[in-house]
Design a protein around this ligand. Structure first.
Ligand code: ZN
Length: 420
């Protein structure tokens, strides 16, 4: 059993000859039902060739960086600590917006390793293009093949999308033989924000996404990777319509009797349907009592009393008072914020649910399955890549029904060894 030939075959079987490559794609803000009012031939074909979940449930807070980091780590937001799109410092009052927050290593590298790093540590080659978290260094290590978008980037340009796809499929997977790549597109989120989820512009953008899915699968075919590459196609959150124009009584904190920003040391509001407050010393109870019950569509919680199903209370970065609004409402500070987010709502709200599709050699064909939480995507990816996962909040049991029954490679290698 120690002859070089046997060892050679054994390590050949072990070293991943049976491991397929994996491409994780996120189309920001692609709601689970966006294919219902648009012709999507390529998404339909992908569903026939693979598996479609009815929808998936993202973690709360349903905004971009936190939910993407859940895809990469399998952890709820209170456990991975990327609690917001914005980095903030409650002492200096400094805030960094989404883009600049990408470069604050300490914000991302705070205990949970994204799958790229785990894969690299276990001998695989990983890459990432524009995916949130790509720019950061984790325990001294970055994803080795990466591209971070420039400061002012047009996230909607279809020509650029195709160049990025050519790079990922042609260069990274085909030429450089990478095992895993995460690929991010900023749409249809932007169209949804600008024009609303029910607009013609959003539907046009869904058609652009559909063409892009066709392009990706064609490129994979061109490079002979169809039978060796699995695709997971999903998003970070959905989107809903914010009620405006006197249709509803808006939530404006400064107008609430008994509430004053003078009692607040630091706040994160005017960022859509959720917000956080750090009251000044001794003011917590006063602020809480003023806000609690002040508006029928405003939910006010002390951090420790947040509903446990939301998994958004147990992290030092979360502030002592957490606010979130019912669907259609957003939280304004002093005056109406006219371009506030249209997502960030409770993750039980159907409009917050993203789509989820998979296709590839390890997946069943023409199967529609029920919903699951997106914390379960991480253990599925680790399983597909044959790597040991870090501690996470998901479980393979919640997704394994999508997989083709496992070929017994262990048994095959055993019998080979015995026959030799
Ligand atoms: Zn997003």
């Amino acid at each position: 059993f120690t002859s070089p030939m046997v060892v050679g075959i054994y390590s050949f079987l072990r070293s991943g000859s049976t491991r397929n490559k994996l491409l994780l794609i996120s189309f920001d803000g692609f709601r689970w039902d966006y294919d219902r009012d648009v012709d999507t031939p390529n998404l339909d074909k992908m569903a026939q060739d693979g598996v479609k979940a009815q929808y998936v449930t993202p973690p709360f807070l349903t905004i971009t960086s936190p939910t993407h980091f859940t895809l990469l780590t399998g952890r709820y937001i209170e456990n991975h600590g990327v609690v917001h799109n914005m980095w903030f410092n409650t002492t200096t009052q400094e805030k960094k917006q989404y883009y600049m927050t990408q470069f604050v290593d300490a914000y991302w590298d705070n205990g949970s390793l994204p799958i790229w790093i785990t894969a690299q540590r276990q001998g695989l080659k990983a890459g990432s293009l524009h995916f949130p978290g790509t720019a950061a260094t984790y325990k001294g290590e970055t994803v080795r093949v990466r591209e971070v978008e420039p400061r002012f980037y047009d996230y909607s340009n279809e020509t650029d999308w195709r160049l990025n796809i050519d790079k990922v499929i042609g260069e990274w997977f085909h030429q450089q033989n990478l095992d895993f790549v995460s690929l991010y597109f900023g749409e249809p989120d932007l169209a949804g924000h600008k024009y609303g989820p029910d607009s013609a512009e959003r539907r046009e953008m869904v058609q652009q996404v559909d063409r892009t899915v066709g392009y990706i699968r064609d490129k994979i075919q061109e490079h002979g990777l169809t039978d060796r590459l699995n695709i997971i196609l999903t998003a970070d959150h959905g989107m809903t319509t914010v009620l405006r124009d006197g249709l509803v009584e808006e939530i404006i904190l400064s107008k609430i009797p008994g509430f004053s920003f003078k009692d607040i040391q630091f706040h994160l509001v005017d960022y859509g349907p959720a917000g956080m407050l750090l009251p000044k010393e001794g003011m917590l109870e006063k602020v809480y009592q003023a806000l609690k019950g002040s508006h029928p569509h405003l939910h006010v919680y002390k951090k420790k009393e947040m509903p446990s199903r939301l998994h958004y209370s147990n992290h030092p970065r979360l502030l002592p008072i957490i606010l979130f609004a019912d669907p259609g409402y957003v939280i304004n500070g002093v005056r109406l914020c006219l371009d506030s987010l249209k997502h960030g709502f409770d993750n039980q709200v159907m409009d917050m649910k993203p789509f989820f599709r998979v296709v590839g050699p390890d997946f069943q064909k023409n199967l529609v399955c029920g919903p699951f939480d997106t914390v379960n995507v991480y253990p599925l990816m680790c399983h597909l890549l044959g790597i040991n996962p870090e501690i996470n909040d998901g479980h393979l049991d919640n997704t394994k029904h999508m997989l083709v029954p496992k070929k017994n490679t262990e048994g095959k290698s055993q019998s080979l060894l015995v026959s030799l």
